[in-house]
Design a protein around this ligand. Structure first.
Ligand code: ATR
Length: 279
């Protein structure tokens, strides 16, 4: 029998020093007794085309892709997972047996799993969903909700053309509504999702009046710094269940780890605490 080979993976972006991924993957490498490492790969804008072809030669099993390379990397891999093609960005590369690169996007998987972890009986078709924002995070969230059977997704974005373009691209059940209607659009929803940057550390709170939001609606924010955004705090205060973005971060890492190291890893309470402690 061959000795187990050393598994190498990393997070490729610019900057990457703030990334939580090394902590998450290193925890799993150690927990499952594997031989390997997950490292930072700081690659400046403009260097991506030189860096990616080197992955296989350096013995990497793959890497995560983060800002600002998520869209550019999609055009540089040899093959694309269908879901990544629909989202239009990749967050994971897997080096195939023949040395070619395949791109994946696990953000939608991570998002849905985070909802199910928090609320095992959660269903996408429980009622209308209001999604705020139409950037990269919104694309993964909206597509994954539609795939899970959401029947009506009200998409509201400060720049209306971007919400409309997304609705045109994805078709039913996505419907773009004017940003000015974001307060009223909450009436009768089963879920509200914030994918904008508002409420993130260093950013102002999202300007949203929750008065029309039903008390049974689930409120989700893809932000995890801080873990409780002003939106989630206000929602909790009035009695709505909430889910922050930490579960999405942790869950999107699982299929990538499995592809590189052959084990579908678990999100333990210990891992969650370790990541929370560093936020
Ligand atoms: P990400 O990839 O994290 O989604 P992004 O693509 O830069 O990041 O998208 C940021 C989202 O936050 C966009 O929907 C953006 O709205 P615009 O399309 O109008 O730019 C939204 N956003 C940023 N600042 C905002 C603000 N002050 N009020 C409302 N929405 C804002």
């Amino acid at each position: 029998m061959n000795p187990p080979s050393y598994g190498l993976a990393g997070v490729l972006g610019w900057p990457v020093a703030h990334s939580r991924s090394p902590k998450i993957h290193s925890y799993w490498i150690s927990k499952y007794g594997l031989l390997g490492a997950y490292v930072q790969l700081p690659v400046a804008p403009g260097q991506l085309g030189l860096a990616l072809p080197g992955l296989a030669a350096l013995g990497f099993r793959g890497c995560n892709i983060t800002l600002p390379h998520k869209v550019d990397a999609l055009h540089l891999v040899d093959a694309l997972d269908a879901n990544a093609a629909r989202i239009g960005a990749i967050n994971t590369i897997v080096v195939q047996g023949d040395g070619s690169l395949k791109g994946f996007n696990n953000d939608g998987f991570g998002y849905i799993q985070s909802l199910l972890d928090a609320k095992p009986d959660w269903r996408a078709d429980a009622g209308p969903v209001a999604v705020l924002g139409a950037g990269g995070a919104a694309r993964a969230v909206v597509l994954s909700l539609a795939d899970r059977g959401a029947r009506e997704i009200r998409l509201l974005n400060r720049t209306p053309e971007k919400a409309q373009a997304l609705a045109n691209e994805f078709g039913a059940p996505v419907r773009a509504l004017p940003w000015s209607q974001r307060h009223a659009a909450l009436a009768d929803v089963a879920m509200l999702v914030n994918t904008t940057s508002q409420g993130m550390q260093g950013q102002p709170a999202l300007d949203l009046d929750l008065a029309a939001l039903p008390l049974h609606a689930l409120v989700s924010d893809v932000i995890y710094v801080p873990m409780q955004t002003p939106l989630l705090a206000a929602a909790r205060q009035r009695g709505n269940a909430t889910v922050n973005g930490l579960g999405m971060l942790l869950n999107q890492a699982r299929p990538a780890f499995e592809a590189w190291f052959g084990v579908m890893p678990e999100i333990t309470a210990e891992l969650r605490r370790a990541i929370e402690a560093g936020l």
